[in-house]
Unconditional design. Sequence first.
Length: 263
Amino acid sequence: MDLGLRGKIALVAASSRGLGRAVAEELANEGASLILCARDAQALNKTKHDIVSQSGVKVIAVPADVALPGDVQRVVEAGIEQFGQIDILVTNAGGPPAGKFEQLTLEQWEQAVRLTLYSAIELMRHVLPGMKARGWGRILNITSIAVKQPVENLIFSNSLRAAVTGLARTLANEVAAEGITVNNILPGYTRTERVEDLAVMMAEKQGISAAEFKEKWEQEIPMRRLGEPREFAALAAFLVSERASYITGTSIQVDGGWVRGLL
């Protein structure tokens, strides 16, 4: 299937590793040029080098922290300076820390809001005018299965990714008539560094090994395994493609059947 992405310009946030990198690689394989950003400059540059070597597309890498509005503006400006426009935005950020309500301070809440909610808002604010002017755009937010079924001990993610979902669903209606789609993609338990780290932390609290804890996760998943980043990226690439032109305002999970709800 030709997704119609060849020649498109995609900004993928937090794309040096994990799901962000997997999405960037998938878009590159479909012929899209890339604007990558992440805090770790060394990891980011390695990702850029690997993608260029594998796909041959044009890629720029801008070290940045998406929790900082000035950094977001700098990334978008660098992308427009290099390519002239941004057709596709994939919002993403490192997961906020785990913890229970009474353990968390107001300062931690403020940091989590900047990372998870404000980063998406700022990225959207900066790319929307150009998308409107051209009458075409794709915005895809990487959120979490937590917005459909809250995950124990992840109150930041349960709360703030739900806020991003509400933002996206409302924005989708506001810009639909201008050729712009806004969707959310919800990763389940996927084999990334973030999930590996979370497994170690949760296992320590329960006095078991990380392998034993991951096995408990797998038993909760009907497919009885963790997802692979490439499986997640395949849907992401479709949702930002020309072929997905009548899909907007949706939140679709990639979770092996973990979410038990009907919708």
